[in-house]
Design a protein around this ligand. Structure first.
Ligand code: UT7
Length: 332
C-alpha cells in the first residue's frame, strides 16, 4: 500500500478591518511607538470590533475562502479542528458553531487549546487523521480574538496582541508532499508565567474575579521571552537537522509572530537569511493560534511545489514545537 501523507492543499484567512496602531496605544497606556517597534517589531494589530462578534466570526470567512479557493463544498469537509484560547463559549466548541454556520453538515470537529502552539498541535493531529486513511478532508484552523481577554490598561500585554484567523485544508497525497515531521513539546511548569487566572473551573466568574482583573491574559514577558527564544529556535533547528536538511534545503521559516527578536534568533539558529523568513508581525501583532496560518495566507503566492518549510511556535503552557512541511502546490 502506498504511504499517505497529509498535504496542505489550500489556505484561507481573515483579519478584521479595524487597525489599532501604536499611535493609538500611546493615548491609552504609558508607551511609545518607538518602544513597541524596537522591542517587538509591531506597528499595528487588527481588532474585531462590534457587539456580538466572536472568534467564529473570523473562522467562518477564513474557511469559506479556503473552500472557494480549492473548489470544494463545505459538505465535503470530514473534520474541522479549531485551535484557540478564545472560543466563542466554554462549550459547545467553536468548531461545532462554525460547521453549522458554513453548512459543513458531514463534519465532526473540536477545539484544541495549546495557546500560540495551537495551530502546530492541530496540524499534527489533523495530519494523523489523513495518514490513517480514514478521512479525506480535514480543516485545521488557528484563530483568536485576543482583544476579548486583553486588559487595555496593561501596557505589558495590550501592545502585543491582535485578532485574526487562518485555516488550511489537509488532503491525502501519495507523492510525499505535505506534513513530513512534527516535533511538539509541553511543560506545565511554565503555566505561572502566561495564563488567564479566572473563567475556568478553578476560579469561576464572580464579581471578585472581574474586579480583580482575573479574566485577562497575564504574562511575565521577560521570563516567557527567555524560554521562547531558546526553545522555539531549538525546535526549528532540531526538525531541520533530524531530517538531514541544511539551511540551503529550507525555502521558508514560518515562525510564530510574538516578537521580532524571537523570530530573528530562530532564523539565526537555523542559519537562514531574512529573505527566507515569513514576517507579518508589523501588521497583525500576535494573534496567538492565528499567526502561522496567517503567514501562510499572506505568503501563499511565493510558495512553490516541493519547498521545504519549517513552522515553529512557542506559547502559553508552556507549549512549543516545529513542523516540517513539503509544500504541495505552485502559486495560482
Ligand atoms: O506568544 C506567546 C508567547 N509570548 C511571547 O513570546 C512574548 C515574550 N515576551 C516578549 O516579547 C517581551 O518580554 C515583551 C515585548 C512582552 C516585553 O519586552 P522586554 O524587552 O522583555 O521588556 P521588559 O518586560 O523587560 O521591560 C523593560 C522595561 C521595563 O521598565 P524598567 O523596569 O526597565 O524601568 C518595563 O516596565 O520596559 C517597560 N515596559 C514598557 N515601556 C514602554 C514594559 N512594557 C512597556 C511598554 N511601553 N508597552
Amino acid at each position: 500500500m502506498q504511504k499517505i501523507t497529509a498535504a496542505i492543499t489550500a489556505v484561507g484567512g481573515y483579519v478584521p478591518e479595524y487597525k489599532l496602531t501604536n499611535a493609538e496605544l500611546e493615548k491609552m497606556v504609558d508607551t511609545t511607538d518607538e518602544w513597541i517597534r524596537t522591542r517587538t517589531g509591531i506597528e499595528e494589530r487588527r481588532i474585531l470590533k462590534g457587539e456580538g462578534l466572536a472568534t467564529s466570526d473570523m473562522v467562518v470567512p477564513a474557511v469559506e475562502e479556503l473552500c472557494r479557493k480549492r473548489g470544494i463544498q463545505p459538505e465535503e469537509i470530514d473534520c474541522l479542528i479549531v485551535a484557540t484560547v478564545t472560543p466563542d463559549m466554554v462549550f459547545p466548541a467553536t468548531a461545532n458553531l462554525v460547521c453549522e454556520r458554513i453548512g459543513a453538515k458531514n463534519a465532526w470537529g473540536f477545539d484544541l487549546s495549546a495557546a500560540c502552539s495551537g495551530f502546530l498541535y492541530g496540524l499534527s493531529t489533523g495530519s494523523m487523521f489523513i495518514e490513517s486513511g480514514r478521512y479525506k478532508k480535514v480543516v485545521v484552523v488557528g484563530a483568536d480574538k485576543m482583544s476579548a481577554i486583553i486588559d487595555y490598561a496593561d501596557r505589558a500585554t495590550c501592545i502585543i496582541f491582535g485578532d485574526g484567523a487562518g485555516a488550511v485544508l489537509l488532503e491525502p497525497d501519495t507523492e510525499g508532499y505535505g506534513i513530513q515531521d512534527c516535533f511538539l513539546k509541553s511543560d506545565g511548569s511554565g503555566a505561572p508565567y502566561l495564563h488567564m487566572k479566572a473563567g475556568g473551573s478553578l476560579h469561576p466568574a464572580t464579581i471578585a474575579t472581574v474586579t480583580n482583573h482575573m479574566h485577562y491574559a497575564y504574562q511575565e514577558g521577560k521570563t516567557v521571552f527567555k524560554f521562547a527564544v531558546t526553545e522555539m529556535a531549538d525546535a526549528a533547528y532540531q526538525i531541520m537537522t533530524r531530517n538531514n536538511l541544511s539551511d540551503q534545503d529550507i525555502a521558508w521559516l514560518v515562525p510564530h509572530q510574538a516578537n521580532k527578536r524571537i523570530i530573528d534568533a530562530t532564523a539565526d539558529r537555523m542559519g537562514l537569511p531574512a529573505e527566507k523568513v515569513m514576517i507579518n508581525i508589523q501588521r497583525y501583532g500576535n494573534t496567538t493560534a492565528g499567526t502561522i496560518p496567517l503567514c501562510l495566507w499572506d505568503y501563499e503566492q511565493k510558495l512553490k511545489k516541493g519547498d521545504n518549510i519549517v513552522l515553529a511556535a512557542f506559547g502559553g503552557g508552556f507549549t512549543w514545537g516545529s513542523v516540517l512541511v513539503k509544500w504541495a502546490y505552485d502559486p495560482k
